[in-house]
Design a protein around this ligand. Structure first.
Ligand code: TYD
Ligand code: MG
Length: 455
C-alpha cells in the first residue's frame, strides 16, 4: 500500500510545494496554494497502451508526414470558422464559459447535427434523462450519438476504447476523476491528470476531443493555467445571460488565428448560428439618434465593438456636470479641454454625460475618438451614420494617435458589418487597405474627423 502524500499545489500554475507559502514562488500568485492529497500509483502498471510508446524513435523532420490540409468541417459554421476551418484530427479543444451560458447545449447540438460520425458525449454533470430532454428541444436525434454519464476517467477511457468514436465530448473536465490521483474532482492534480490522459488518447488515435471547462469568478478557466498550455485550442463562450446573443472566441489556437468570432442566438430550440451579425447589432440601436458613436475597442486580446453615448446640454446650475459610466472621468475632462482648445467648441458651460452602453468598463484609449464624436454629435444634434465606427486615441494637441492591433479592430468591424472605420493616419504601416472590404478612413486630427462627419 503506497503511503498517502500531501503537497501544497498552486491553483494558478500547478506547481507543488512541500509546505504552505503565502505566495507561489513559481508564478508569483498570492494565496493560491491549497493542500491536496497526492498519491501516485506506480505508472508502469497503468493502462496506457493506445500505442506502444517505447517503440517511438526520433525521426528527421523531413520524414515526418503531415496531413496539413486535413481539417474536418463541422455541421456548425460558426464553430468551424472559430477553429480556423474545421477540427484537426487528434486535437484537443477546451471550451470555457460561465455557468448556464450554453456550453453543454452547444456541444450536444454539435453531436445531434453531426449525423455522419460516431460521437461519444460523456457527461459528469447531468443525468441521461436531463440530456435526453434537452436533446429533444434541439431535435435531430440519431443513433450515432452515444451518451455516457460517468465521472470515472478509467471507465470512460474503457468505453472510449470499446466504442471507437470519431469525436469525444467531455462535459466537464472538472467532474472527471482519475483513480490514479487521490484528490477530489476539480482539483489541480485531477484536472491535470485527466486532461493529460485525454490528450494522450487524442494524439495516439487521431481522435479529436472537446473538453468543457468551468470558469472562475475572475473569468479564467478553473484549474491550473497548465491546462490551457496543454490543449491545442482554447475557446471562450460568452454573453450576457439576460440577452440572447452568445459569442464564441478563441484565445489560443495552434492551428489557426485567434481573431475569428462566432455568434449565436439562444432560442427555445437550441443555439442558432447568426450569419449576419451586423443586423443583430444594428437592430439594437436606435438609428438616426444623435449622441451615439461606435468604438472598435479591445478587451485584452479580444476585439469588441462598444457603443459610446453622450449627452451635451446647457448646464442647469452654475457648475456644469461631468458624469461618466464605464469611462474615466479625468479622461473626459481632458477630451473636453481638447475640444475647447483645439476645435473651438465652447463645451465649458455645458453639462456632459458619457455612457458606455451596457455599462461595460474598458480601459482602452481607442475609445477616445468615438467619445469626442459622440459628444459633438449630441451638441450639434446631428447623428453619426450607424455603420460608421472609430478606433483612435486623442492626444493633447487634438491629434489622432494610432492604437494597438488596428488590423484586428478593423477585421472585427468588418465582421460586424460596418461600412467605414476612422483610424489614425499615423498607424498605417503594414496595413494593406486595398484588401479590406470596409472603407478605412485615415485621419490626423480631431477637426478632420468632424469635418468628414458633420462637414
Ligand atoms: P447550458 O448548455 O446548460 O449551459 P452550460 O452548460 O454552459 O452551463 O445552457 C442552459 C441554458 O440555456 C438554460 O438557461 C436554458 C437555455 N436553453 C435555451 O434557452 N434553449 C434551449 O434550447 C436549450 C437547450 C437551453
Ligand atoms: Mg453544462
Amino acid at each position: 500500500m503506497a503511503k498517502t502524500k500531501t503537497a501544497f499545489v498552486c491553483q494558478s500554475c500547478g506547481s507543488q510545494f512541500p509546505k504552505w507559502m503565502g505566495k507561489c514562488s513559481s508564478c508569483g500568485e498570492w494565496n493560491s496554494l491549497i493542500e491536496e492529497v497526492i498519491f501516485k500509483e506506480n505508472k508502469t502498471g497503468s493502462r496506457r497502451n493506445f500505442a506502444d510508446s517505447l517503440t517511438k524513435k526520433p525521426i528527421p523532420i523531413t520524414q515526418v508526414k503531415a496531413d496539413d490540409a486535413e481539417r474536418i468541417p463541422l455541421p456548425d459554421e460558426e464553430l468551424t470558422r472559430v477553429l480556423g476551418g474545421g477540427i484537426v484530427p487528434g486535437s484537443v479543444i477546451l471550451i470555457g464559459g460561465d455557468p448556464g451560458i450554453g456550453k453543454s447545449t452547444l456541444l450536444l447540438q454539435l453531436g445531434l447535427n453531426y449525423q455522419t460520425k460516431k460521437i461519444l458525449y460523456v457527461s459528469g454533470e447531468e443525468s441521461a434523462n436531463q440530456i435526453k430532454m434537452r436533446a429533444e428541444r434541439i431535435g435531430n436525434l440519431h443513433d450515432n450519438l452515444l451518451l455516457l454519464t460517468d465521472t470515472s476517467l478509467e471507465r470512460v477511457m474503457e468505453r472510449i476504447e470499446e466504442t471507437e468514436p470519431d469525436l469525444v465530448i467531455i462535459d466537464s473536465i472538472q467532474t472527471m476523476q482519475s483513480a490514479e490521483v487521490d484528490s477530489v474532482p476539480g482539483s489541480v492534480a485531477q484536472i491535470r491528470e485527466c486532461t493529460g490522459e485525454l490528450i494522450q488518447f487524442a494524439k495516439e488515435t487521431d481522435t479529436p476531443v472537446i473538453l468543457i471547462g468551468h470558469i472562475t469568478k475572475e473569468g479564467n478557466i478553473a484549474g491550473p493555467k497548465v491546462m490551457e498550455h496543454m490543449v491545442d485550442v482554447v475557446l471562450q463562450f460568452e454573453g450576457d445571460r439576460q440577452h440572447l446573443y452568445r459569442l464564441l472566441r478563441s484565445s489560443k489556437n495552434r492551428f489557426g488565428s485567434t481573431n475569428e468570432l462566432g455568434i449565436y442566438e439562444m432560442q427555445g430550440s437550441g443555439l442558432k448560428e447568426v450569419s449576419n451579425p451586423s443586423q443583430v447589432l444594428m437592430s439594437q440601436r436606435d438609428e438616426g439618434l444623435s449622441g451615439s458613436a461606435i468604438a472598435a475597442s479591445m478587451e485584452g486580446a479580444r476585439p469588441m465593438m462598444i457603443e459610446v453615448q453622450a449627452l451635451v446640454g446647457t448646464a442647469a446650475y452654475g457648475t456644469p456636470q461631468r458624469t461618466t459610466t464605464g469611462f474615466d472621468q479625468r479622461r473626459l475632462h481632458m477630451l473636453l479641454a481638447v475640444l475647447e482648445k483645439r476645435c473651438g467648441l465652447a463645451v465649458g458651460k455645458f453639462d456632459v454625460f458619457l455612457n458606455m452602453a451596457g455599462g461595460i468598463r474598458v480601459d482602452d484609449p481607442a475609445i477616445d475618438m468615438a467619445a469626442v464624436c459622440a459628444a459633438l454629435s449630441s451638441s450639434e444634434d446631428y447623428p453619426i451614420p450607424a455603420q460608421t465606427c472609430f478606433a483612435g486615441e486623442v492626444g493633447l494637441s487634438g491629434e489622432i494617435r494610432p492604437v494597438t492591433r488596428i488590423e484586428q479592430r478593423i477585421k472585427e468591424a468588418e465582421k460586424l458589418g460596418f461600412d467605414e472605420i476612422y483610424i489614425s493616419a499615423y498607424g498605417l504601416k503594414g496595413l494593406d487597405l486595398s484588401k479590406m472590404a470596409i472603407k478605412v478612413r485615415p485621419v490626423k486630427r480631431v477637426d478632420e474627423v468632424f469635418g468628414a462627419l458633420f462637414g
